[in-house]
Design a protein around this ligand. Structure first.
Ligand code: PXP
Length: 242
């Protein structure tokens, strides 16, 4: 059995729904299918521009998610208020730019150190664990630990974008080193962004990895094979290759 859990990021079910502004496809049904087929939890990102997940989804999912409920969010006041009300199991702090297609870089922990630290205290008082989405860089791992965060989520985007073998090696080694250093410091390890059925294997070898957050590739594959099968295929890869 796997120690690494898969939290399926279901934002793009909401992206499709928002394209017509109606009720379909239903994100609640999507979350249930993911969990029924082995996902250890559900991840959503409540973006400032509300381009996919809406406030009502955050509340409704709280009622039905059985595993880990992970809310990704920027350091944005109105989203912070919603998160305090809903109290998901975990919040993951991410940087956010309005014009970006998806989350681009990791969190600037140095620049936002005091805000992040303050927010972590507030969420800890509310029983919510906090993860920081960061680039695999030792200095940022160290700063993350100093904020009091429970987890770092290592940004796997640069590894996923790498094509040449030497770049691939360099980027996967950065992930391994950041994770090893995090473990040494006593912070727990998640990872995600850009992972798919073809590039996931080396990431599964990351020491201490507890949770993967994967969205786009699973929801894309679900168009052809259905959501249940798309989730099961990813779980099989995780279970067979770690
Ligand atoms: N982790 C974080 C912090 C993210 O912002 C995202 C994208 O919302 C993901 C994981 C999932 O990335 P992808 O959709 O590329 O699998």
């Amino acid at each position: 059995m796997s120690n690494i859990i898969l939290c399926v990021n279901i934002d793009h079910i909401a992206t499709l729904r928002q394209a017509r502004g109606g009720a379909e496809p239903n994100v609640i049904e999507g979350a249930k299918i993911c969990e029924e087929n082995g996902a250890g939890g559900i991840t959503i990102h409540l973006r400032e521009d509300r381009r996919h997940i809406q406030d009502k989804d955050v509340l409704a999912l709280k009622e039905i998610v059985k595993g880990k409920y992970n809310l990704e969010m920027a350091l944005s006041d109105d989203v912070i208020e919603i998160a305090k009300k809903v109290k998901p199991d975990q919040i993951t702090l991410v940087p956010e730019k309005r014009e970006e297609l998806t989350t681009e870089g990791g969190l600037d922990v140095e620049q936002n150190f005091h805000n992040i630290k303050k927010l972590i205290n507030i969420f800890h008082d509310n029983g919510v664990i906090v993860s920081l989405f960061i680039e695999p860089d030792k200095r940022i791992v160290e700063l993350s630990k100093e904020t009091g965060a429970d987890f770092i989520e290592i940004h796997t985007g640069a590894y996923c974008d790498a094509v040449e073998p030497d770049m691939l090696k360099k980027e996967i080694d950065r992930i391994y080193e950041a994770a090893n250093y995090g473990l040494e410091l006593g912070i727990r390890i998640n990872a995600g962004h850009g992972l798919n059925y073809l590039n996931i294997n080396p990431v599964l070898k990351t020491k201490g990895l507890e949770e993967l957050n994967i969205g786009h590739s699973i929801i894309s594959r679900s168009i052809f094979v259905g959501l249940a099968e798309a989730v099961r295929e990813m779980i099989r890869l995780i279970n067979d290759n770690q």
